[in-house]
Design a protein around this ligand. Structure first.
Ligand SMILES: Cc1cc2nc3c(=O)[nH]c(=O)nc-3n(C[C@H](O)[C@H](O)[C@H](O)COP(=O)(O)O)c2cc1C
Length: 403
């Protein structure tokens, strides 16, 4: 019998050859925020290996929406590069999605730093960006317009889908999270208030592009911190998004600024993370204090499947399972629980032939052992560090020289 993940599927206007989504894993291939040949080839390669939908990671909707310098900026200048990427993926028979995000108060580059509520931004202290100001009405209007503009850039570049980032502690998740949103105006307080700004953004994007593009929202099923968004509230968020016209919900969790490894689980590779910090002080802080400030969480297969169950029961649009989908068996478990699509990150980095093996009727299980060295080294080009083939000096030089 065909594996359920290999059935063709539909998300809004988008028809997919199968139900496997390559989820966003920051590629580290957008120096100064621009599309490179290396990024194009990275996604074309997943397409060649038969995934159904490949997701380009973290497209900042404006320059001030970047957490760090080398994230993709989705503005008019990016359109030609993105169009080249979309064409390359389409040539391989795959569809392509662009993740759209804004960092809000979690950034090393924005100035001034603005989020839903005033407070500290420890991530930006060494860069002189340690203090967050509260967004005012004009900021909300500007960011809303930036999301719409970026979605139209994706559409005009020939993308098939956009994934709006409402999770992981970025701006729209900062509004949704009761621990990060302490506003007393109509954009804070109860869930209706915390949803107001994210819903404004989503509704405008849906109005602008949903006739042509699938509009997905990546949300937290659980913030993973005391007092944060929990699975029951997350289900209400999903219902509101469905009513706003969204075509699919991607279920993740965690706040990168408080519980980064809640969304990954497994090892916290502190030494490798310290090596990739910019400054001596940050390197020292990561090695010395990382154990305290970067908690680890045990990994288990399909680690968000249970928390996302409320969402599967609450909405009729497709729900995309995510988190620790490590093999044919776990995908089947997700399908039985009612998830209609399956997003894989590290498993596809470690085993790019995963879908082809499913197609051959095998029961693949990923080699990924959640060492998370891929996360520590993502800035130099994301890949499975554990199982990468040893590179010759010549290969390394060629990779470093490829724009
Ligand atoms: C190297 C790496 C980079 C990531 N970058 C992003 C990102 O840019 N945007 C995002 O929403 N999630 C990002 N994630 C999280 C993944 O999308 C996904 O939520 C997480 O890896 C769990 O899925 P998995 O168990 O299949 O890897 C990243 C994960 C990894 C491993």
């Amino acid at each position: 019998m065909t594996h359920p993940a290999l059935e063709p599927g539909r998300i809004g206007p988008l028809h997919l050859r199968n139900r496997i989504v390559k989820t966003a894993t920051f590629e580290g291939m957008t120096p100064q925020g621009r599309v490179t040949s290396r990024l194009v080839e990275h996604h074309a390669a997943f397409a060649r290996r038969k995934v159904g939908l490949s997701t380009v990671a973290y497209g900042a909707v404006e320059r001030e929406g970047r957490t760090f310098e080398h994230q993709l900026v989705v503005d008019g200048e990016a359109r030609d590069g993105l169009a080249r990427l979309a064409r390359a993926v389409h040539r391989e028979g795959d569809a392509v999605s662009l993740q759209l995000s804004h960092c809000g108060g979690f950034t090393k580059v924005a100035r001034p730093v603005k989020g839903p509520s005033p407070g500290f931004n420890p991530y930006g202290i060494a860069a002189g960006r340690g203090w967050v100001r509260a967004m005012e009405e004009a900021d909300l209007d500007r960011v809303e317009a930036a999301f719409v503009r970026a979605a139209t850039v994706a559409r005009d570049a020939g993308f098939d889908a956009v994934e709006l980032h409402l999770g992981h502690g970025y701006l729209l998740s900062q509004f949704l999270s009761p621990v990060l949103n302490r506003r007393r105006d109509r954009y804070g307080g109860d869930l209706e208030g915390r949803l107001r700004f994210p819903l404004r953004v989503v509704t405008r994007v849906v109005d602008a592009v949903a006739d042509r593009l699938a509009v997905l929202c990546k949300i937290n099923v659980d913030d993973g911190v005391a007092g944060g968004l929990d699975p029951a509230e997350a289900a209400q968020v999903a219902v509101a998004l469905e009513a706003a016209g969204v075509h699919g919900i991607v279920t993740s969790g965690g706040l990168v600024q408080r519980s980064a490894f809640f969304l990954l689980r497994g090892e916290v590779p502190l030494r490798a993370m310290a090596r990739h910090e910019d400054g001596l002080l940050q390197r020292w802080a990561m090695r010395g204090l990382g154990r305290i400030f970067v908690p680890s969480y045990p990994w288990s297969p399909g680690f968000f499947l249970e928390s996302g169950r409320h969402i599967v029961e609450a909405v009729r649009i497709p729900v995309v399972a995510l988190g620790g989908l490590d093999g044919a068996h776990t995908l089947r478990r997700a399908a039985e629980a009612g998830y209609r699509f399956f997003a894989l990150g590290r498993a596809l980095l470690a085993d790019p032939d995963f879908v082809e093996r499913l197609e051959r009727g095998e029961e693949p299980t990923s080699r990924c052992d959640h060492c998370n060295l891929c996360v520590a080294a993502m800035d130099e080009g994301v890949r499975c560090v554990r199982f990468e083939r040893p590179k010759s000096a010549e290969d390394r030089a060629r990779r470093a020289a490829t724009p």
